[in-house]
Each structure stands twice: as C-alpha cells, then as structure tokens.
Design a protein around this ligand. Sequence first.
Ligand SMILES: *Cc1c(COP(=O)(O)O)cnc(C)c1O
Ligand code: SF4
Length: 448
Amino acid sequence: MSSHVKPPVDPATLTHTQLLEGDFWRRIPAYEAIDEATFLDHKWQAKNTITRVDKLLAAVQGLVPQRFIADAEVGFKRAPMNVRVSPYLLSLIDWTDPYNDPLRIQFIPVGSRILPDHPKLGLDSLGEQADSPVPGLTHRYRDKALFLALDTCPVYCRFCTRSYAIGGDTEGVEKLSLKANRDRWAAAFEYIESRPELEDIVVSGGDAYQLRDDMIREIGTRLLNMKNIRRIRFATKGLAVMPQKVLTDDDWYRAIVDMAALGRSLHKQVVVHTHFNHPNELTAITARATNRLFEGGVTVRNQTVLLRGVNDTLDTMKLLVKRMGHINVQPYYIYAHDLVQGVEDLRTTLQTALDLEKNLRGSTAGFNTPNLIVDAPGGGGKRVASSYEVYDRTTGVSIYTAPSVKPGQLFYYFDPVDLLPEEGRRRWADPAEHQVMIDEARAKIGLR
Ligand SMILES: *Cc1c(COP(=O)(O)O)cnc(C)c1O
Ligand code: SF4
C-alpha cells in the first residue's frame, strides 16, 4: 500500500457523533423521579425553570461544593442579567466541578470570578439604539434589519449583548422596555415596508421561543407578504437550552414549519438561527429536535460566541462545529465577545479568534465552517476577525473599517486587559495612557 493512502480512523474517536443519551437528568437530586415523558414536556421544563439562586441551589443540594453556594449568591447579586435556567440545562452541568463547567460559566455568575470592566466599555456596545429608526428595530446594514419582537428569552446568558434591554431590571441595570406590543410592531412593519432596499429581516429579541404560535404566524405572514422582503430568520437560543419545545409544543413547531412552507411557495427563505456555544449542549434530545425541524423543511444555522473557558480551544470548537454539522445545524458565525458589562472574565483576545480561524478551516465542509467575526463596537457591524486594519497585541487595541456600512469611520475593539502582556496591563492601569494607546494604533495606519 502506498504511504499516501490514509488508514481509516478508529470509530471510537469520532466523538462528535456520540451524543449524550438516556435519563441523564436523574443525576440531579431534584429530578431523580422524573420520567422521560415528563422531561420532554416543554410545559414541565418551562414551569420548573429556575430564576432564583435559592431554588437553584436547592435543586443541586448535596452535589455542589459548599463554597460555591456563597460565591453564586454574590454573583447573582452583581450580575447585569437576570438568571433563568431550565431543568434540561441544569442537568447538563457537572455540579461536582461547577467552577470549570462550560455551561455553568455561561449562565450562572459567581462573585469570585468577576473582573473589572474594560475602561472603554459602555452598555449597548454595538450602538443598536443609535441605528434604531423605530423602537426595537435596528437598521444598520442597507438591505437587512434586526427586529426585536420582545425582550424575554428561555434562558438568560451572562454575556448577552443586549443586556441593555433583555430580561427584567437587575440591581445594577434599569432596562429599555421592549414588550411584545402590537402598536410597536405595527410601527416597525410600516417602516420595513416603506424601505424598498430592505430584503432581509432578523426576528430576534429576546427570542422567538417566547413568541406564541399566533405571533410567529402574524410576524411571518406580515413580512412575507411585503414585496421587498425576500428572507426572514427567526432567532432563538431555545434549541440549546430547551429542545423539548420543538418536540412537544406542536403549535409552535407547526407555526415555524408553516411559515417556512409559506416562504417556499413565495420563493422566499424562512430559516431558524440558533446559538450553541459548547458541544455539551448537543444531546440526543437536541438531535431529535433538529431532525424534526429538518423533516419539516426548516434550515437551522448557528451563531456561537467565543467565550473564555468555554469554547476558546481548538479541540472544543472543532468538536462543536462537527457535532452541529452532524445534526444538520449549519455553523454560520463565531463572534468575538462584544464589550459587555460585568463579563470581562468571558472575553478573550482577538488573537485567540485568529488562531481558531486558521485552524478550524479544513476540518469539515467549507459551508459548515463558521466565519470568525468581530461585531465592531459603535455600529460598524460584523467584520471578519482577520480583516483588521491594525492590531497591537501589547495594548490589545484593534481597528476595523466597514466601507459598505459606515464608510470613512473607524471602529475599535479591545482585548481584555488581564490577558495582555505586562506592558499593556500597566498602561491600561494609567488613564492618561488610554488615548495615547489609541493614537498609536491610529498612527500605524497613517492617521494622526
Ligand atoms: C447581525 C445583524 C444582522 C444580520 O447580519 P448577517 O451578517 O446577515 O447575519 C442585521 N442587522 C443587525 C443590526 C445585526 O446586528
Ligand atoms: S438568548 Fe440571546 S438575547 Fe437572550 S439572553 Fe441569551 S444572548 Fe441575550
């Protein structure tokens, strides 16, 4: 045999095909007696979703190390987001090692890991409110817009970019209210219809999981009937935190499938965009849900956020990408973490994104290989991570331009200070240096 023939791999190494099966939730004391039918019932999942720290800790009593409990209490008090954790999500967390568990890190804050915010950080770091002609509608790019239909989600992510609006007020943050309000929707629809250049609407929030089936139909039908609209995406984190809904909320499932079918009959796309961040979030239950959507002719794409300690290694990201591909979820984007209040511990460097970008490509089909994106703070929109004009790895300052979105403007991204080399950390500690570092980066691209 010639040496360029590849030997077959051991099937046991194809870990992306090995999805968690069985009644794994029974590991959690509170769910020991829960049978499969109950666990798959979306109403049971919703009813037993945990929003208070005492309830959370009661559910995992006896599993979790004592010092973690006090730490989580502090974390809940200081977090800019409310907390909402489904039983499904709770059972996927390894409570014997909560500090390192990639799902715990995303949804349950602990006081001891909080880092100071980056000096350049503001709430609404993407400037969504500045690009908003009507409350809850962001029209930044020429041909597409983001419609925030409502402001609740089936889970609250610590790292949410929209912590300015999503979820209820917390001790530190009073929020812009975006209820599922028919008058506000009507104003958004009128604007969308009045703009012939708009072809593509992201229905988000909040989260399409929280929209009742009649609301999905109302929004979908109204948009599909507009001559200018060619593409709609319903965005939901739900598949990652409560796949049960796709399996047992038949009204909601039918509404999505019917909108996709209506779209096809009009030669328009209606797809679902979801948000998986770690391979542990994809189980045999997830596969049943994505199979059901696939059978209904619904395309599912995914957007991941790059999170320190969660998915910032090549092995984890590769496994995530391959596992999503395996169950017909198409990896679309991986975002460098936006500058969001209170979660500096979750951000990582642009260099980490660049390394992932280089190393992921080639590991699976090109159309299942996500683009690494920096959503430029200040409203520049999504830029491919490697397309920076300048990146100073010592100060962590990078600059992007967005010629087709905001021509002539510069957009800055900043690595988290604690991951910079000693010199960078020292300079950020001195407020007088902040503008100097930015000016240095500008000088490198010929600006004074
Ligand atoms: C992400 C986003 C879109 C959609 O952008 P794509 O690159 O097409 O996924 C549209 N509008 C806003 C404001 C966005 O943030
Ligand atoms: S599901 Fe999306 S919108 Fe909702 S809290 Fe998480 S990141 Fe924010």
